[in-house]
Design a protein around this ligand. Structure first.
Ligand SMILES: [Zn+2]
Length: 248
């Protein structure tokens, strides 16, 4: 018999503000949203930033119309898990490039929102096994790690530091959801249903996938229960943790 996967370490919940930065509408809803519902339920403030509007995500819908539909679905999806602010950075879906313009845009959001925790999606080459990750996810996750450090340095993107905006060196950790290398997790048993509802809010997108028999609840429950076994809870969500700075 193969060895059971190792137990997950509980995530630190001693923080007040988190910023979620992902490539597309729906990226947070394939797992992380139930954890976000838990944290907003504790009174924490969570903000979403979408690097693109996912406008290339529905085969039968022109990007201009698709953008409108997917932004609205994301705003509703966020509302369901207690997130009131969703920003769209307007990078072009499908062709996001790792580089200085992306780092600058993300650093600016970090400086404005001043989070202690930054959450992104998995940016490893795969989701485990041979399930390949997607190019925008990889570019965005790498840029998030760098932009958090950029935001802390007043001499990087100094043109942003006019008016009230200051450098922000208060990010303690970056957490990547759905990573195959996750060693941390959180109990999401009580907020599982909110997570399901937030994925169901992406109705046009899910329809557009054209997957027969796709059931958001069944899929999230499968992942959640598997992760829960490593957490000692019915359902859990896992994250790969990157400490920022030294001695963290
Ligand atoms: Zn995505």
């Amino acid at each position: 018999m193969p060895d059971a996967p190792p137990p997950l370490t509980p995530l630190d919940e001693n923080w007040e503000r988190a910023l979620c930065v992902v490539a597309h509408p729906d990226d947070l809803e394939f797992g992380a949203a139930a954890a976000i519902a838990r944290w907003t339920g504790q009174g924490k403030q969570v903000t979403y930033v979408m690097v693109t509007s996912g406008e290339a995500g529905i085969d039968g819908l022109e990007p201009e119309e698709c953008r409108r539909v997917r932004e609205a679905e994301q705003v509703e999806s966020a509302r369901i898990v207690g997130v009131d602010t969703v920003e769209f950075l307007g990078f072009r879906d499908g062709v996001v490039e790792y580089g200085v313009p992306l780092r600058a845009a993300i650093a600016e959001t970090v400086r404005r929102h001043r989070p202690e925790i930054v959450i992104t999606g998995n940016f490893q080459p795969t989701f485990g096994g041979r399930n390949l990750n997607q190019a925008d996810h990889i570019a965005v996750g790498r840029a998030v790690l760098d932009a958090v450090r950029d935001a802390a340095n007043r001499w990087i993107f100094p043109e942003q530091l006019t008016g009230d905006l200051e450098k922000w060196d208060g990010v303690r950790e970056v957490w990547a959801a759905a990573s195959p290398l996750a060693e941390h997790g959180i109990d999401t048993t009580d907020t599982f249903e909110a997570g399901v509802a937030s994925l169901q809010a992406h109705a046009a997108y899910i329809d557009g996938l054209g997957w027969d028999d796709f059931d958001p609840r069944e899929m999230l429950e499968g992942f959640g229960r598997q992760t829960g076994q490593r957490m000692g809870t019915a359902i859990a969500t896992s994250f790969e943790v990157f400490p920022m700075g030294w001695g963290g």
